[in-house]
Design a protein around this ligand. Structure first.
Ligand SMILES: O=C(O)CCC(=O)C(=O)O
Length: 310
C-alpha cells in the first residue's frame, strides 16, 4: 500500500489481487468483539447480523418491482424471489429497455423494505454497542446492483477506490453497513477494502460524479482484501476506509444495500453543527405535463383488497 506521505512501500506489479481473508470476522452474538474489531481495523465482518426474513421481504419486493414492468411488457414474470429469477426478470426488462431497467433499480432503492432493513432492531443494537448517541442517517440506504449481463454502456459498473466520508462530511466516527441480499462469493462482485487505510485520514484523490476517488498511485491492487459473505452477514467499515467494488473476474448478479450511520454526539460533528454534503433536490416542474387527470386520481383511490405482507 502506498499511503499518503507516510510510508514508501513499492508498487506491486499489475496482477490479479490475491484473495486474502479480511480479519476480523465476528459473530453478531459477540457485540463487544464487533466493536473492538471495528475500532482496531476500521472494518469488521459480522456474521448473522441481518434477520433473513427481513432480507426475504426486500428480495420479494425487488422481484415484484420488476414483475410489474414484466407484466406491462408481456414478458415472463419471476416465479419467486430467488437470485436466478430476479436476474432473469431484470434481464428481460433490461433487454427490452435499459432506461426502464434503470428506473426499476432507482425505484427499488426507495422500497420501504430496504429502509426497514436499515432501521431493523438488529441495526439499532449495533449502533447502541458502538455507543452512538441519537444516531442519524445522512441519506437513505443505497441499493447496489452489479451483474456482468446488466452492464449499461458507459454507465455504473461498480465504484472505484474511495472513502465515504468526503461524500457526507459528517461525523468522523460514522459506520457504513454493507449487506448482501444473496450470498456473495469472492468472484461475485464483493466489496474489497484496504485494511487499516482509515488510519491515514483523508487520502488524496479526485472528485468524480460518484465519489472522491482515491489517487490510484496511492495503492496497489494487492493492498485490497475481499471476503465472501452469506445473506445475513455484513461488512461494517469506517468513513475513512478505502474500498471499492471488486469487478475483475466477477460474474453473476450481486444485490446489496449499504447504509451510513452517524453519531450525533461526535464532538467535531457537534462543533460543526452537523453538516451534511448530501442535498435533497426537488424538481418543481411537472415531470409529465397534463398528468394526472381527475379520473386517474379517482381510479387510483378506488377500494382494493388488502395484501397479506409478511
Ligand atoms: O457495492 C459496491 O460495489 C460499492 C459499495 C461502496 O463502495 C459504497 O457503498 O460506498
Amino acid at each position: 500500500m502506498k499511503v499518503p506521505a507516510t510510508t514508501g512501500l513499492a508498487r506491486a506489479p499489475a496482477e490479479p489481487p490475491p484473495l486474502r481473508l479480511v480479519w476480523p470476522t465476528v459473530d453478531v452474538a459477540d457485540l463487544g468483539a464487533v466493536v473492538a474489531g471495528f475500532r482496531a481495523n476500521g472494518h469488521v465482518v459480522v456474521r448473522g447480523v441481518v434477520p433473513l426474513d427481513v432480507i426475504d421481504t426486500v428480495c420479494s419486493d425487488i422481484a415484484e418491482v420488476f414483475a410489474l414492468q414484466a407484466r406491462r411488457l408481456g414478458v415472463a414474470e419471476p416465479d419467486d424471489a430467488s437470485r436466478e429469477q430476479v436476474l432473469a426478470v431484470m434481464q428481460r426488462v433490461f433487454d427490452y429497455d435499459v432506461s426502464l431497467w434503470l428506473a426499476g433499480v432507482r425505484h427499488a432503492a426507495r422500497l420501504a423494505s430496504v429502509q426497514r432493513m436499515a432501521l431493523d432492531a438488529s441495526m439499532m443494537r449495533l449502533l447502541d454497542a458502538f455507543g452512538m448517541v441519537a444516531p442519524t442517517l445522512p441519506t437513505t440506504p443505497v441499493l447496489h446492483v452489479m451483474a456482468d449481463t446488466l452492464r449499461v454502456p458507459g454507465g455504473y459498473h461498480g465504484l472505484a477506490a474511495h472513502q465515504d466520508w468526503p461524500s457526507i462530511q459528517g461525523a468522523l466516527d460514522s459506520v457504513a453497513v454493507w449487506a448482501p441480499l444473496y450470498d456473495v462469493a469472492e468472484d461475485g462482485f464483493p466489496v474489497e477494502l484496504i485494511p487499516d487505510s482509515h488510519r491515514h485520514g483523508l487520502w488524496p484523490g479526485q472528485t468524480t460524479h460518484a465519489a472522491l476517488e482515491v489517487d490510484p498511485s496511492s495503492f496497489t491492487d494487492s493492498d485490497f482484501v475481499r471476503v465472501a459473505l452469506n445473506r445475513g452477514d455484513a461488512i461494517l467499515f469506517s468513513g475513512f476506509t478505502v474500498h471499492r467494488s471488486a469487478v475483475a473476474g466477477c460474474h453473476g448478479l450481486r444485490l446489496a444495500t449499504s447504509t451510513r450511520y452517524e453519531d450525533s454526539a461526535e464532538p467535531t460533528f457537534v462543533d460543526r453543527a452537523w453538516p451534511c454534503a448530501y442535498r435533497r433536490i426537488v424538481e418543481r416542474a411537472l415531470l409529465q405535463p397534463g398528468f394526472p387527470s381527475a379520473a386517474q386520481v379517482g381510479q387510483a383511490l378506488a377500494p382494493r383488497p388488502a395484501r397479506n405482507t409478511p
